[in-house]
Design a binder for this molecule. Structure first.
Ligand SMILES: Cc1ncc(COP(=O)(O)O)c(C=O)c1O
Length: 381
């Protein structure tokens, strides 16, 4: 027998174990859709929207085809366009700023906080002034809740209100997390989330949702979702999209939502275990008092002088995958380089892009496997 067999690679995100756990409940849910054949706007879509509303406490939920569509629909429903500035953190996934540029408006990038990776409110203040100095009209802030943890919604909301801006919360990575006792979905004019399979609550394809407490705004979003239709289906009253969530994905999400609380608890256990095993050798992520995280990513910062590529390669040889979110902040990427940044620059975004690296994180990471990851990190350093 071979005594030197290496253990199988650790999954970075384990959708297979979750699929096995859900087993027949998903098969049955999909079969029901295959029986009733209402593939668009089937009963599962309405039921999911109600379940999501109950889960996070938002009054209205408008499901849609992706997290990107969720962001875009909110900006479209508000009529954001050329001449408008939308303030976004630069250390985020590109969809946050992309939707602004798609509408001909200008994303103005702001810096983030070194400890939480989320929007720095002082830089946001400077970004609003920068936008005005450039002759743009600041109309909105997209507050991103990065890697599973909420942004500072009180501070962002207070500043936005004083400046006459609306807040769109990009909770694509953080649905299920809370800020001062309230689940995300309850902050700003609207919250957008993604059900991409790798997200804490993911479906088996693309999907997304928008949360709002404003009934009139929810109606506008429903119109935008289907070509801008009005009460007469063939009298379109605004420009819209085809951005519905498939019934099949809704049926799958209904089942996954039932185990989501349990999975969030498991993710938090994994995060605690990582923190205990790694805090003396790397900068581990911090959860702000009064907030909870759903740990979309477990992102550490490497000490100065450690080569990130070499570190990743050392882990790979031990079967431990890593990922870098994000090696370039948005303002450093080719398509976004010419958009403005807040006065004072974005030094924290640039530092983070240079030294962060994410470790395997999911609800099914057992302790022996996690011990392998911790050991691999420690020995690579
Ligand atoms: C912060 C953020 N915003 C928006 C999105 C877009 O979501 P989707 O991929 O469902 O369009 C993502 C997805 O990765 C994201 O991480």
């Amino acid at each position: 027998m071979n005594q030197h067999l290496t253990p199988p690679p650790v999954p970075f995100i384990d959708v297979v174990s979750q699929r096995e756990r859900l087993g027949k409940s998903i098969d049955d849910a999909v079969s029901r859709v295959l029986s009733h054949c209402q593939f668009i706007n089937g009963p599962e879509v309405t039921r999911l929207e109600a379940d999501l509303a109950a889960f996070c406490g938002a009054r209205h939920v408008v499901s849609c085809a992706s997290g990107t569509d969720a962001l875009l629909m909110v900006l479209m429903a508000k009529g954001v366009g050329p001449g408008d500035a939308v303030l976004c953190p630069s250390f985020t996934f590109c969809a946050t700023g992309e939707v602004v540029a798609l509408l001909g408006a200008t994303p103005v990038f702001v810096d983030v906080d070194e400890a939480t990776f989320n929007m720095d409110v002082e830089s946001l203040k400077r970004g609003i002034a920068t936008a005005r100095r450039l002759g743009l009209k600041p109309v909105a802030v997209i507050a991103v809740d990065l890697f599973g943890q909420s942004a500072d919604h009180d501070a962002i909301g207070t500043l936005a209100e004083a400046e006459g801006l609306f807040v769109l919360d990009d909770a694509a990575q953080s649905f299920g997390a809370s800020y001062k006792g309230r689940r995300l979905g309850a902050f700003g004019l609207a919250t957008a989330t993604s059900f991409f399979p790798a997200k804490p609550l993911g479906c088996f394809g693309d999907g997304g949702a928008i949360f709002t407490d404003d009934a009139t705004f929810a109606e506008t979003l429903r119109s935008v979702r289907v070509h801008g239709q009005g009460s007469d289906k063939y009298d379109n009253i605004r420009i819209g999209l085809t951005a519905r969530l498939d019934t099949m994905q809704a049926a799958i999400l209904i089942e996954k939502l039932k185990i989501f609380e349990d999975e969030i608890a498991a993710r938090n256990k994994v995060a605690d275990h990582y923190a205990r095993g790694l805090r003396d050798v790397v900068a581990v992520p911090q959860v702000v008092a009064g907030c909870t995280s759903v740990w979309a990513q477990y992102t550490i910062r490497l000490p100065k002088g450690v080569n990130r590529d070499g570190f990743a390669a050392a882990l790979r040889t031990r079967g431990v995958p890593t990922a870098v979110y994000y090696p370039k902040s948005m303002h450093q990427q080719t398509a976004y380089r010419d958009f403005p940044v807040a006065d004072g620059g974005l030094p924290v975004c640039e530092r983070l892009s240079a030294d962060v690296i994410s470790l395997p994180m999911h609800a099914y990471l057992d302790e022996p496997t996690q011990a392998r990851v911790i050991e691999a990190v420690r020995s690579a350093l």
